[in-house]
Design a protein around this ligand. Structure first.
Ligand SMILES: Nc1ncnc2c1ncn2[C@@H]1O[C@H](COP(=O)(O)OP(=O)(O)OP(=O)(O)O)[C@@H](O)[C@H]1O
Ligand SMILES: [Mg+2]
Length: 357
């Protein structure tokens, strides 16, 4: 007598769906396939929770879970995000750093509603971004996020002056006091004196300040900036960065900035590093500094931040490159010992000078 099949039809269909997805992923992903596969299967298994809104006072502004992005072209496939997890609380100013090609813009574009993942979940301000209808997505882009790019040509209309540029997005929301709001924003970014200048009459740094004002025009809950200081000099970069910090401190604006600028990233309370499409480490302002006003800290001289490595769901961590290099490993084996409460990682071939009595 054959074993009775206890599974309902619905379960069998779901099993089949998961199996098919696994096969597809295996077909398409060469590197990190286990990670992406687990992302997709766990996503499907958790389908029931997908519709739950993460909302309420204490809900995070951003919650990314197991985000996977595979770009396919006719010649190759690129695994741009490999199971990225990140939580950003309301009112935080977070910098994202990472090498070129590590997936920073890919992630930011997803937050901005400009790109879709291959798998994973992304909640912003309680909205499940990948479950939004086309109409809802338009509203999301208009009301919830503001975007500042490195190349501000994407934000600015060259034939309009600064005021008109800033008022343009307000026409979509029916803001009553457009002029008043535009003047307030011009003041915030220190550009009141150039309100009637057209964009081609402004320097790159000045244009970038107008771009920030435009991104803020509709009072977004989340401000995203991709390399906003990438094309300006040091002094202008510092000024622009101070605008972001003031926005965060005085208005509680939640901000995520992607930057290559190590000097600037040192001035942020939270810096997350992306490596190969995953958050690999985090630097957080030390407790004893977090109570000071920003102006009181000598950011450049003090060791103000603690560094943490991130442990993923499978218990893996990425060892910071410098530390790994300093071990001088000959192959991919590392000696792990536990000397409570410390876990030690050592080169197994290293002969240590042990003093013997
Ligand atoms: N539209 C696309 N088609 C194919 N591959 C893409 C596409 N967009 C990005 N990629 C690839 O995905 C990976 C991540 O790219 P991404 O732009 O997110 O990197 P980044 O961290 O922002 O780098 P950078 O610091 O140079 O701006 C890269 O290998 C890139 O080549
Ligand atoms: Mg980029």
């Amino acid at each position: 007598m054959g074993k009775p099949d206890n599974k309902g039809k619905k379960d069998r269909v779901k099993d089949k769906k998961i199996k098919e997805t696994e096969t597809n992923v295996q077909d398409t992903v060469s590197e990190g396939s286990a990670e992406s596969m687990s992302a997709i299967t766990s996503d499907m298994a958790n389908e029931a929770t997908d519709n739950d809104l993460i909302s309420g006072e204490n809900a995070p502004m951003v919650l990314a879970e197991n985000l996977v992005k595979i770009y396919k072209t006719s010649e190759l496939e690129v695994l741009a995000l490999q199971g990225l997890d990140l939580k950003v609380e309301k009112g935080e100013l977070t910098a994202i750093i990472g090498n070129s090609g590590s997936g920073k813009s890919t992630f930011l574009n997803m937050l901005g509603g400009l790109d879709e993942p291959s798998a994973g979940k992304l909640f912003v301000d309680g909205k499940n971004l990948f479950k939004l209808s086309q109409k809802e997505k338009v509203i999301y882009k208009r009301d919830t996020v503001g975007f500042v790019w490195q190349n501000n040509g994407r934000n600015l209309l060259p034939f309009m002056n600064a005021m008109e540029n800033i008022m343009t997005p307000m026409h979509l929301t029916g803001e009553k006091n457009k002029k008043e709001r535009a003047l307030e924003l011009l003041d915030l970014v220190g550009m009141s004196h150039r309100k009637f200048s057209r964009m081609n009459q402004l320097s790159g740094g000045e244009q970038q300040r107008i771009a920030i004002a435009i991104a803020l025009a509709n009072r977004p809950k989340l401000l995203l900036a991709d390399e906003p200081t990438g094309s300006v000099d040091r002094k202008t970069a510092d000024y622009i960065f101070d605008v972001f910090k003031r926005l965060n401190k005085e208005y509680g604006q939640t901000i995520i900035i992607v930057t290559h600028d190590v000097e600037l990233s040192k001035k942020v309370a939270r810096v997350v590093a992306i490596r190969d499409g995953k958050i690999s480490s985090e630097r957080i302002l030390k407790e004893r500094y977090s109570n000071f006003g920003n102006g009181e800290i000598n950011w450049m001289e003090e060791e103000t931040q603690d560094e943490f490595a991130i442990v993923d769901r499978a218990g893996r961590i990425q060892i910071p490159r410098k530390m790994l290099d300093s071990l001088g490993l000959k192959d991919n084996k590392i000696k792990v010992t536990y000397d409570e409460p410390v876990i030690k990682l050592e080169n197994p071939n290293e002969k240590r000078n042990v003093k013997e009595n």
